[in-house]
Design a protein around this ligand. Sequence first.
Ligand SMILES: [Fe+2]
Ligand SMILES: [Fe+2]
Length: 375
Amino acid sequence: MITQELKNKIEDFLYSFSSAVTNMNLYSIEHPITLKTIEKSFDLLREILINKQSLRISVIDERLFIEDEPLWRKGMIISNIAEKFKTKNLNSVNFLPGVEIKEFTQFISEFAKPFRKGGTEIHSTSHIKIGKLSLSEEHEIPSKKKMMDLEKSIPSFVNEMEELKEIFDKVKSSKEAAVGNLKEMVLRFIKGLRECGSPLLLLLPFKSHEEYLYTHSINVSILSLAQAESLGLEEEALTNVGIAGLLHDIGKMFVPKEILIKIGILNKEEWEEVKKHPVEGAKLLMKIPSIPSQAVLSAYEHHVKFDGSGYPQKKYNGNPSFFSQLITISDFYDALRTERPYRANLAHDDAVSLMDIKSGTDFNPKLLANFILLF
Ligand SMILES: [Fe+2]
Ligand SMILES: [Fe+2]
């Protein structure tokens, strides 16, 4: 029987283990971010093993089990680990007391290695015992080709950028929105998230200041969808979160271009112009009946902080809506991660640490904690 306290600790371990795996692929094994997440998950593992003879994680029918208990929480991180088990042809990993950082790092490195880069081999060590599927169970394993397709299937949403630009232009000129196209785009994001597990792999890189509005809007949509899905939102609500993310900054089309692409700090007048975009965006979207009402609201509220400060109003009356709170988090994260005319981009850990300082003031603390666990 696993106590609640231990369950929480194991859950924390799995989340930091998963981010170590992601960082290993995104950066390198020597990168400080990777090393930090490996150390964090190793420390948690050691704490767990102080009071336990072993920690056995297994996957049966795509569900993660700790000992004989199914994992109590669903989410992208968990399905990410389960998926990796599947592609690695594993059914269990057993961690034993005495495990050392060197063998743990070796294990993560083998576990993280993509199939297409020869990442099929994974070995037992003195304190980490690997259970592989037996030959009789092999029929349940996807074929080699299928596994390779799975790892190659990380989609790129570059074409969506052009499509979004056209939609924004049409909304501005004719007050008409191809909501059906937005919906389809969001469904592609949801599919991409489910297939590749981590929102980080899907985010579009910064291309140019001219295109920033579109890459940023797509990234905010993807990050908000990842949050919403991990919180259990389904179908219509999920699609509307994605649409709201895509449209949150549409009011920026009314900000003079020279201000948007200006290199350096904005002066007071320029800043006042930028601060109009939530009102302009909401006013525009309100004129289009097919736009979900949550998208209108989050266009208006996405710069309202959790404590009611921010803009367009000096002090907001009440809390921003749930959708707006999700979008505010995604918006801030993507802005920090992207190079802007007035500052360099921040690494993932630095962006998250900075946001954590503002937990409870700028961001809903529970939603921010959940957001951090997505990676
Ligand atoms: Fe904005
Ligand atoms: Fe934004």
